[in-house]
Design a protein. Sequence first.
Length: 381
Amino acid sequence: MIGRFVSLLAASALGTAAIAQDAPLSTKNGLYLGADLSYVNEMEDCGAVFRDPAGKRIDPFDYMAARGGNIVRVRLWNDAKWTPYSDYDDVVKTLRRAKASGQATLLDFHYSDDWADGEKQLVPAAWTGMTTDQQAAALHQFTYDTLIRLNGEGLMPDWVQVGNETNGELMAGPTKAINWDRNAILLNAGIRAVREAGKATGTAPQVMLHIAQPENVLPWFDDATVAGVVDYDLIGISYYRKWSKWTPAQLGATIKAAKQRYKADVVLVETAYPFSREGEDSSPDLLGPDTLLADYPATPKGQLAYLTDMTQLVVDNGGIGVVYWEPAWVSTGCKTRWGTGSNWENAAWFDLGQHKALPAFDFLGRSYTPAEAASAPAIAP
């Protein structure tokens, strides 16, 4: 996903899956609701103070759990030279905070030194020039060693993403036609590492494969099945109306079809919606008017309505979770590659200026009951 952000910013400015044996989950009807909180450590280091609606300082992990959240996602890069965050030590800090708050965890391996997403899968510098078999061995070892180390610190994740938005071939650069012989070797190496790490530690981390935008899901998983990539538990889908040609109804149909066709549980593992058309800094905001849906204005109430309705849509179609992307990427005085501040502050769960919690948190604590079965819309646009 963020790869689209980099391109846009450069142009403008430049059956319910089993959980690990010791998972501390408490869910409503088996539903997992939460967010990717990978940015929290960095934002706090940059001086951000998160507050509840009354203005009292809060810990975002504890606050999300108190409001009903039960799963935290965190990303991991191989060796990012451009940032000290989202490396192993930073991930440990995030996982400790998530576990301490009583929430389950989802570790997202990007298998890259930078953002991997639906538009590109960049090979880590250390693995450049290797053969496919050598890369598969390196990927397997990196995944296995990371999980073993985390388990030794009491931080084995409950779910593990083998790749992030892997629309394209793993470690093959810009997304193009996939060489499934190679792609299957790499994906299966990562999957096998998760299974082996679980067996070695007496845990059961579940495997998620993740595709961006619903129109790409069924074709990708059909090809993966033919290529022999079949040992996974969860299908993760990103849905951003800005980058998807499909409607929420078609997303729902895709969730239902994927669950039935591949016998895996489905999670909307990335989505977001702005609460304001304007931000609070000079960095260009990525979710502008082109991401809006007619029924949901860019207001705090509109953001909450989007999340509530999206969660209901997921539940109605047999999905088991919704994970928001980066509710804590607020504006600070820190600089990024794209400017000073945040490119996402108008889509965070904290308001502009004081960073008080917004109504968006309310969707976490609601009960969602599947609606009566209705005829599904066509999946094709």
